[in-house]
Design a protein around this ligand. Structure first.
Ligand SMILES: Nc1ncnc2c1ncn2[C@@H]1O[C@H](COP(=O)(O)OP(=O)(O)OP(=O)(O)O)[C@@H](O)[C@H]1O
Length: 333
């Protein structure tokens, strides 16, 4: 199956007062129709930078320095290509952490939704637009659609505003939706409502979704695939349940051990802190915090070990385990 959105060898650099620094290194991801792919990692691991590059929203001092991002096989971003015209908002929609980043506080909801449709579908008639808005609001779980369309954002609750922000992202029926920590600012019950909505959206409309979160259990709940990011690199990918039940990378294991469990007083945090952004580096970024690290982890550049069709890890220890257990035994292709 061809991926709707594919990312190959994506490396992103920032120009800073201290010179160039790498924020994201050699990221590879494939996102398929109707799938929710979770991009998880601690704060500062590069999740937002990676996904912002996919919609052409990098800050002025940040650029793609190598690799490419393709939408249905056509390159939309690379070192030399920056082709987001007709793609951003139309083919790829974005939901931010806070609805305030999507909504204009001075404009009624109906007007904002109408403007988005008009911008991307210039030939749509007023009647077609009205029908579209009605449909989208119903999909977002609203029954009193006239009231919502006539309301200013501040007249709605936080959960309602986030549902409107999702509506804004999907009203043009994009092939891909990127949701960047879009449930983190919500209380648990509202979060559950929004998660349910996103799940329905991807299964009914076959929209492909990249779901960015630092919450591993939420990712397990909503995503079919997960990619774990650490200090600018993807360190493990896999089918969501498999990755959580049988994590291979020591960082994924440590993340899981750091999750509070009901009835347990003790939390096993991860010793140390992530490395600062740097111009370049050698060896595994997690080695200074890894209980299994050896000399070669710090000295050699760590390649990707393929573990299955869509799973793998960037780890010397995993690489050695795989050499000891041949593919034929594991049943991998
Ligand atoms: N414009 C910039 N210039 C220089 N460094 C930046 C810039 N934007 C982000 N960074 C740095 O890049 C790293 C990755 O940041 P990013 O926001 O992508 O991480 P994140 O995983 O999304 O974190 P969070 O969950 O806190 O948003 C951080 O160290 C951050 O300080």
């Amino acid at each position: 199956m061809t991926a709707v959105l594919s990312v190959h060898g994506l490396t992103i650099e920032a120009t800073t007062g201290l010179g160039p620094v790498k924020l994201v290194h050699d990221v590879n991801l494939d996102l398929h129709e109707g799938e929710i792919l979770g991009l998880i990692g601690e704060s500062g691991s590069g999740k937002s930078t990676a996904v912002r590059s996919m919609i052409g929203l990098l800050e002025r001092n940040v650029r793609v320095s190598s690799g490419e991002i393709a939408l249905r096989g056509e390159v939309i971003s690379s070192e030399s290509v920056n082709h987001f015209e007709g793609v951003r908002g139309s083919e790829i929609g974005m939901i931010f952490q806070s609805a305030a980043m999507s909504l204009n506080p001075l404009m009624k909801v109906g007007k904002q939704l109408r403007e988005v449709v008009r911008r991307h579908q210039k030939h749509a008639s007023a009647k077609e637009i009205d029908q579209r808005l009605e449909l989208v609001l119903r999909k977002m779980g609203f029954t009193d659609t006239d009231r919502v369309l006539g309301a200013f954002p501040h007249q709605l609750s936080g959960g309602m505003r986030q549902r409107i922000a999702i509506g804004l992202a999907i009203v043009t029926e994009p092939a891909v939706v990127i949701a960047d920590e879009c449930t983190s600012a919500l209380d648990v019950t509202t979060q559950a409502e929004v998660v349910k909505l996103l799940r329905t959206l991807t299964s009914e409309s076959r929209t492909a979704m990249l779901f960015v979160t630092h919450d591993l259990m939420l990712a397990k709940d909503i995503c079919s695939q997960i990619a774990v990011m650490y200090a600018g690199e993807i360190v493990e990918t896999g089918e969501a349940n498999e990755l959580i039940d049988n994590p291979r990378h020591p960082y994924t294991r440590a993340l899981l051990q750091a999750i509070p469990t009901w009835g347990t007083d003790e939390l096993q945090g991860i010793e140390g802190s992530p490395p600062p952004v740097a111009a370049d580096w050698q060896g595994c970024r997690f080695a200074p915090r890894c209980p299994l690290a050896r000399d070669e982890c710090r000295q050699q550049n760590v390649g990707w070990t393929r573990l299955g069709d869509r799973s793998g890890a960037r780890c010397v220890v995993v690489q050695e385990e795989e050499v000891r257990i041949p593919d034929s035994v594991l049943g991998h292709a």
